[in-house]
Design a protein around this ligand. Structure first.
Ligand SMILES: [Zn+2]
Ligand SMILES: [Zn+2]
Length: 434
């Protein structure tokens, strides 16, 4: 059959476009079964039936068209829009996922050079941006479940692929959440299994950096997950058999204001260990995080989340204080200042929240409640500040070495070194103290 031409539609093909807009799944199925409809036919503007269905937010019809072989990467639209772009514009995350699962390429650009994620962001469909930015095909992971070349065993035992893929696809980067996902699957709560998993994550990270169109976002995410998995291994090796101690460490708030400084430091550390210092995203993260005192906004968690998922973490929004899941609809009944997604998350948090709960209840503490992140740095935190400064210096050194080794120009590093000059010691405290 010849390739479809724009606007060259049979009566049935014109009919199916109307049927799609109306959302009539049954008639669409009949028309497709009749063989009088080419599933990739093009209207005057170069839109396929799938593009129409995606733009109109008709998930069932999208599924049907995909079953009939609709081409997800057709790029004949007059402005170069793809089905994925239309899905993103519609704001339907289910359709966006479906089209990604069917093999849509995320890097295709329209006539003004925008990708699907950028288009969705442009019209404020941030949930779709998150879905696109965090998509990672199961097939790409399953590659590692088969022995390659000389290997006698695959790098990833097939039974680990499912649970690991679930972690890769998470859009909640709270380390507590990731540890909980590990705990959920008994096959993962095992040193040998986790070692295989993080080694594969490291390989994927490298791949994302070295591939032709570097995917910095995915590379950072793979690296971050690898770090959390490595932390789990270290904990298991310290007889923390169910990883409960690790979860507690990540949740424990400091005495002064309940801020989980271990978690903050852990996330900063993960970013610091990212092995490809030439990556722009790393430099951006460092620049956003390094000047911030531990406990002030933005937290490393919110900066990382925004960079990797495109979502802004709002303070006091409906996030679970324990696992970071959205849509938390339960309050601590005593202080009503902290939200949770479930009773078990509240119970997990109580050992540390109990120290803060009272002061949050006290009406005199209200003033303080509004500025809990502006506390004076206590002695126990000064180490962290120094470490952050060292971290920056080290990063710059590594970058310089790298540039020197490559015989390149160090100009790019200027931005990096200036960050360390602005360093974390300089943040004024006067306003916070009064
Ligand atoms: Zn929760
Ligand atoms: Zn409370």
């Amino acid at each position: 059959m010849a390739a479809p031409q724009k606007g060259d539609l049979s009566a049935s093909e014109r009919r199916i476009l109307q049927v799609i807009t109306a959302g009539d799944v049954q008639e669409a199925a009949q028309l497709l079964a009749s063989k009088e409809v080419r599933v990739n036919c093009l209207d005057e503007y170069g839109m396929t039936p799938l593009m129409h269905a995606a733009y109109n937010g008709k998930a069932d019809i999208c599924r049907l068209l995909l079953q009939h072989g609709a081409d997800v990467n057709c790029n004949q639209h007059e402005y170069g829009y793809t089905a994925l772009m239309f899905a993103g514009l519609s704001g339907k995350t289910d359709i966006t996922s479906m089209i990604l699962d069917a093999g849509a390429e995320t890097e295709l650009v329209n006539s003004v050079g925008r990708t699907a994620a950028q288009m969705a962001a442009f019209v404020g469909q941030h949930d779709c941006v998150t879905v696109i930015n965090n998509f990672f095909s199961r097939a790409r992971l399953e590659y590692y479940t088969r022995p390659q070349g000389q290997e006698k065993e695959p790098k990833l035992p097939p039974r680990l692929a499912g649970p690991l893929h679930k972690i890769i696809m998470t859009t909640n980067l709270n380390p507590v959440k990731i540890v909980m996902m590990v705990k959920e699957n008994s096959v993962l709560v095992d040193v040998a299994a986790l070692e295989k998993c993080y080694q594969v994550m490291d390989l994927l990270c490298e791949q994302c950096v070295k591939q032709q169109d570097m995917n910095e976002v995915l590379a950072m995410k793979m690296h971050y997950i690898s770090c959390v998995l490595q932390k789990c291994v270290a904990s298991l090796e310290k007889q923390d058999e169910k990883l409960d101690t690790l979860v507690k460490c990540l949740l424990r708030g400091r005495d002064s204001d309940g801020f989980p400084q271990y978690q903050e430091k852990f996330i900063r550390d993960c970013i610091k260990k990212f092995p490809y210092c030439e990556v722009t995203l790393l430099q951006q993260l460092v620049r956003s995080i390094a000047p911030v005192d531990i406990g002030n906004d933005p937290t490393a968690y919110s900066v990382l989340t925004q960079a990797l998922t495109g979502q802004v973490v709002f303070v006091d929004a409906d996030y679970c204080a324990t696992c970071g899941d959205r849509g938390a609809d339960k309050w601590c009944s005593l202080c009503k200042a902290v939200t949770y997604c479930s009773l078990s998350c509240q119970k997990l948090h109580w050992f540390t929240h109990s120290k803060m709960c009272r002061s949050l209840q006290d009406p005199d503490a209200d003033l303080e409640k509004n500025t809990p992140r502006l506390k004076e740095i206590k002695e126990d935190e000064s180490n962290l500040v120094t470490e952050t400064a060292n971290f920056l210096q080290e990063l710059c050194l590594r970058a310089e070495e790298k540039v020197a080794a490559a015989g390149g120009c160090p100009a790019d590093l200027l931005a990096c070194s200036s960050t360390s000059v602005e360093g974390p010691h300089l943040a004024p405290k006067t306003e916070a103290e009064q």
